[in-house]
Design a binder for this molecule. Structure first.
Ligand code: PEP
Length: 249
């Protein structure tokens, strides 16, 4: 049985005070939710306030990115040991916005994923095709390449500790959700890639989240797909009422 994960990616929104207020509002709304792991990923500077406000609740705090080295002269970067020391248990790796605007590659995704695992953080590793790739019939090729370069090089022990998020880039922040059938097809394809490389047990155990304009009114149809194990939620995670409704799908 794979326990679903519902994770919120706040992107570059909210101050520390707003993060604390959000978590105080969210906590009682999801206190009874034992069917899923609940994660909130605020901007770096909000993490201490978020960890503080989430203490004693069933909400885990994650970061949106990390650097792969532990420390050094890397201006602006934040390492996995720093995230752990700040109270994070999760980290998003390879989000399409990092790939699009900040030069993230499948190679850096691999390095960041192993750096997170080395510190016992759970990486939520994002994969997904762009619109022109989907329209050009390239979706499976793109996913296979992202898997081969970013994920298949993990050891079986490392792979067992990651969560994958399938996020079709054309569905992120656009209001254009993949239909449950489109999402299911991609999730099934990813699960078969995992099966071919890591075997049946790893494939059955791996949690694959869907991300891309998930809202309270479409989460149920998505979660009805057997290969779909939760959601990575952007815009709709910024409001405690809508995020709680997604958690309590
Ligand atoms: C995301 O940021 O990972 C995301 C899926 O955003 P949205 O839900 O706003 O499409």
């Amino acid at each position: 049985m794979r326990k679903p994960v519902i994770a919120g990616n706040w992107k570059m929104y909210k101050t520390p005070a707003e993060a604390a207020a959000f978590l105080r509002d969210l906590a009682p709304r999801v206190a009874a939710a034992s069917h899923a792991e609940i994660v909130v990923c605020p901007p770096f500077v909000d993490i201490p306030a978020a960890v503080d406000a989430a203490r004693g609740t069933n909400i885990g705090i994650g970061a949106q990115d990390l650097f792969w080295l532990k420390e050094g002269a890397y201006t602006g970067e934040v390492s996995a040991p720093m995230l752990v020391a700040a109270g994070c248990r999760w980290v998003i790796v390879g989000h399409s916005e990092r790939r699009q605007y900040f030069g993230e590659t499948d190679e850096s995704v691999f390095k960041k994923t192993t750096a997170a695992l080395d510190e016992a953080l759970t990486p939520i590793v994002c994969v997904g095709e762009r619109l022109e790739e989907r329209e050009g019939g390239m979706t499976e090729n793109v996913l296979a390449t992202q898997f081969a370069t970013g994920l298949s090089r993990l050891s079986p022990e490392q792979f067992a500790r990651i969560v994958i998020a399938y996020e079709p880039v054309w569905a992120i922040g656009t209001g254009r959700t993949a239909t449950p059938e489109i999402a299911a097809e991609a999730h099934h394809f990813l699960r078969e890639l995992i099966r071919a490389h890591f075997g049946d047990a790893a494939s059955e155990a791996c949690r694959i989240l869907y991300g891309g304009s998930v809202k309270a009114d479409n989460i149920k149809g998505l979660m009805a797909q057997p290969d779909l194990d939760g959601a990575l939620v952007g815009g709709a995670s910024l409001d405690p009422v809508s995020f709680a409704a997604i958690v309590n799908f």
